[in-house]
Design a protein around this ligand. Structure first.
Ligand code: UDP
Length: 459
């Protein structure tokens, strides 16, 4: 093919999706692609505002474009189901126009599409327009495999036809996979019962739609989730995508990063700081937030804590009385951190995390041990990987419904930081993860195979 391959990349418009799909885009640029990356107008403006040096920082080969998500200006975009509903109505038509326009003389013809596995309804546009296509799954491969095998879970009596647990006991999808609690299946960990049922059926539909794609890529590696790929061979691991290697490039943040914490980290002793961050969606109730603050104070170690402006439900200043003054010298609090840079910093000793998949990969890639504090969706499964399969961390919350006390927080942090075996396992997993994504590694080769295939236009 004479012309440059040009991929249309379509993330679901949430932070944990935009970041890995942008990273995948940079990888495709390395393989000779030009990229058109599609954001909602709101996210587009946030990403541009978050770039420290403005849009000129973007890679020249990655063109960011935007479209109206169909929601009214003040509507809550954290309601992901409502957002999805609107996008399904607006996005396919926008993409169709974009593809047609790119086929006009003098334009860079779009030759293929990579769609977020959580926005698979756009794949139909690729099919109609004769583009080759791939779905990209930004969560663990085990989550994708679980969804693909829903009929078997129903047949085995693990869940009913609406996805609700039929058994209380833990089950295993396949030998070697983490033990799963049916109540912690992805769709059973979000919203009320009606919402859970709705999500379950949406995921079943999405699974069918994703099958239109020629490739099903996943941000994971054989080393991290070996048994899944034998069980669901359609899933092709291409990760962990190494954003950390591209520190000069914009990551796609929807919040402005507070980079002052890097200078603060420079002043701390190597391997001393507890980094505490719960991703882009998690919220805390005031009581647990205060206990966490007191727990970090009790640890008597340096800590860097990300407190997003919307982290605590209904609270302007939720900190315990006098807390900020008392910890001012050894605690740093920011609204949004440059997390990948923070995790790569030698002062950071461990990662207290909600176990979102991106955060999990970022911690793994930097060889850090974890303190797991999962909240919803896939985070309980990711915790099982961290604590039970890879054994590189420990659980903060032995019982979901009980507040974790400041004394428990202190003892968990102390235990983890003294645990040499866990640190060693984290170091070994880091090496495997980095090796797989480097030139010649299994994920790198998978990505190359996929990129080579996409270079040839569809029939
Ligand atoms: N993140 C960041 N700064 C922060 C908190 C999070 O850059 O202060 C990034 C983090 O590096 C990760 C993403 O936001 O890439 C969050 O994705 P994840 O899957 O971990 O969690 P989600 O936000 O989807 O729950």
């Amino acid at each position: 093919m004479g012309q440059q391959p040009h991929a249309l990349v379509v993330p679901f418009p949430a932070q944990g999706h935009v970041i890995p799909l942008l990273e995948l885009s940079y990888c495709l640029v390395d393989h000779g692609f030009k990229i058109t990356f599609v954001n909602t107008e709101i996210n587009h403006a946030l990403i541009a505002a978050a770039l420290p040096e403005g849009p000129s920082m973007m890679d020249q080969m990655v063109r960011l474009i935007s479209f109206d998500d169909g929601l009214a200006p003040g509507e809550d975009r954290r309601d992901l189901l409502k957002l999805r509903d609107c996008l399904m109505k607006t996005l396919p038509m926008c993409l169709e126009e974009l593809i047609l326009k790119s086929h006009e003389p003098g334009e860079d013809k779009i030759t293929c599409m990579v769609a977020d596995g959580m926005a698979p309804w756009v794949l139909e546009v690729a099919r109609e327009k004769g583009l080759r296509s791939a779905a990209f799954w930004p969560m663990a491969a085990a989550v994708a495999a679980t969804i693909m095998k829903i009929p078997k879970l129903i047949e085995d009596g693990v869940i009913d036809a609406d996805g609700f647990p039929m058994k209380q006991e833990m089950f295993q999808l396949a030998p070697g996979l983490p033990l799963m609690n049916p109540a912690h299946l992805t769709w059973n960990c979000y919203g009320d019962r009606e919402t859970q049922k709705e999500i379950f059926h949406l995921l079943l539909d999405d699974d069918q739609r994703n099958r239109v794609a020629e490739f099903f890529l996943c941000n994971s590696s054989y080393d991290m989730e070996q048994p899944v790929f034998a069980y669901a061979p359609k899933i092709l691991p291409v990760g962990p995508l190494l954003t950390g290697q591209r520190l000069g490039k914009p990551v796609g943040h929807l919040w402005p990063e507070d980079r002052t914490c890097e200078a603060w980290l420079d002043q701390q002793r190597p391997n001393s700081v507890v980094y505490v961050a719960f991703g882009s969606l998690t919220t805390f109730d005031r009581g647990q937030f205060q206990e966490l603050a007191l727990g970090l104070e009790l640890c008597d170690r340096p800590f860097l804590w990300v407190v997003r402006p919307d982290l605590v439900e209904a609270a302007i200043d939720a900190y315990p009385h006098g807390f900020r003054e008392r910890v001012a010298l050894r605690g740093r609090i920011v609204g949004w951190a440059p997390q990948q840079r923070v995790l790569a910093h030698p002062s950071v000793a461990c990662f207290m995390s909600h176990c979102g998949w991106n955060s999990t990969l970022e911690g793994v890639r930097n060889g850090l041990p974890f303190l797991c504090w999962p909240y919803f969706v896939d985070q309980f499964l990711n915790q099982s990987y961290i604590c039970d399969v890879w054994r590189i961390g420990s659980k903060m919350m032995p019982d979901e419904n009980v507040i974790v006390s400041k004394e428990q927080i202190k003892s968990k942090v102390d235990e983890l930081l003294l645990d040499e075996d866990t640190r060693e396992r984290a170091r070994l997993l880091k090496e495997l993860a980095q090796k797989s994504a480097r030139n010649g590694g299994s994920s790198f080769e998978n990505l190359k195979r996929f990129a080579d295939a996409m270079k040839h236009e569809g029939d």
